[in-house]
Design a protein around this ligand. Structure first.
Ligand code: NAP
Ligand code: MN
Length: 267
């Protein structure tokens, strides 16, 4: 049998490093080739850590098509599927093909600056658009080219379904079952005055719509944060946020249930 190539990533905790060593030994004994970097030829990516480590791995591998599985050594771990003590069971189920792939959507934003430069940022959880700390930011928002609101406040967050349980939920946004493909736009401390009007709760958009953002000309600093990675811009002309065509393929085993996970974490 043609043995497979596996890339293993881990955060720096003692437990994660320990799990990586034990797991590597077992996989090598079974004839797998194991490496610590990403290769396009990899058949599987394993990420050991919590959700933060999972997000880091996804970004390091630049949103790979390769199936990925998380071993949870962090907190509850929404993305993480396997408990360290269960990894023998995991190897057996993986070898027997007893899993499904959960296809997760991602969100991207295209930033155009006044000099015509364009930059893209992609997020698995969310993208936030904010101004300088302690100042409110002002922008016009459109949905599919049609003006919808004049926003003033700390900014907005656009979450994927998989990201709905992260920052979005702390802001009062809704939890979305990842089988629903949509974008959730959640305001961060919106201010409603006679000059600025915006929704005070989240709105849900079907995945084919684009959100357009045009900052007021006086806004000289804007921050785009994708999954916690912040980039500052000056002189932003416009920002478009939409569903990206990239997906993350997560291994899920038979006992996986999204709502069970939500209940475990939040109730
Ligand atoms: P972090 O600030 O260390 O962790 C934020 C927390 O969010 C961690 O407990 C993390 O779980 C959890 N988390 C991440 N993705 C999740 C998801 N899809 N569903 C439920 N919980 C999730 O930063 P990080 O670990 O690098 O994660 C980056 C994320 O932090 C961002 O994408 C953003 O969603 C979130 N964040 C949240 C707040 C807030 O809630 N006020 C503020 C800023 C950023 P683990 O403990 O397993 O890592
Ligand atoms: Mn973290």
């Amino acid at each position: 049998m043609n043995r497979k190539l596996i890339s293993i990533f881990t955060n720096e905790t003692e437990l994660s490093i320990d799990v990586k060593q034990t797991l590597t030994k077992q996989l090598v004994n079974l004839g797998y080739t194991v490496m610590s970097e990403y290769s396009r030829d990899a058949d599987l990516i394993i990420c050991i850590g919590g959700d933060g480590a999972f997000l880091e791995t996804i970004h390091k591998c630049d949103f790979p098509d390769t199936p990925i599985v998380g071993i949870n050594t962090g907190h509850l771990g929404f993305f993480q599927e396997v408990l360290p003590e269960d990894f023998k069971k995991f190897i057996k189920e993986y070898e027997n093909g007893e899993y499904t792939l959960q296809k997760l959507s991602t969100v991207k934003c295209l930033v155009t600056t006044a000099d015509g430069q364009k930059n893209t940022h992609t997020g698995l959880n969310e993208i936030t658009i904010t101004g300088r700390k302690s100042y409110s930011i002002h922008f016009d928002i459109s949905i599919d080219g049609k003006p919808i609101e004049k926003f003033s406040g700390d900014g907005i967050l656009v979450a994927t379904s998989a990201g709905s349980t992260a920052y979005n939920y702390s802001l009062g946004g809704s939890i979305v079952d990842p089988r629903l493909d949509l974008l959730q736009v959640t305001p961060l401390a919106p201010m409603n005055t006679t000059a600025y009007r915006s929704f005070t709760s989240s709105i849900l958009l079907p995945s084919e719509l684009t959100l357009g953002i045009v900052p007021e000309s006086s806004e000289n600093r804007i921050y785009i944060t994708n999954d916690g990675i912040e980039t500052g811009y000056s002189n932003v002309k416009e920002i478009e946020v939409r569903t990206s065509d990239r997906h993350v393929n997560l291994l899920r085993f038979n006992d996986y249930d999204f709502w069970n996970k939500v209940k475990d974490k939040f109730l």
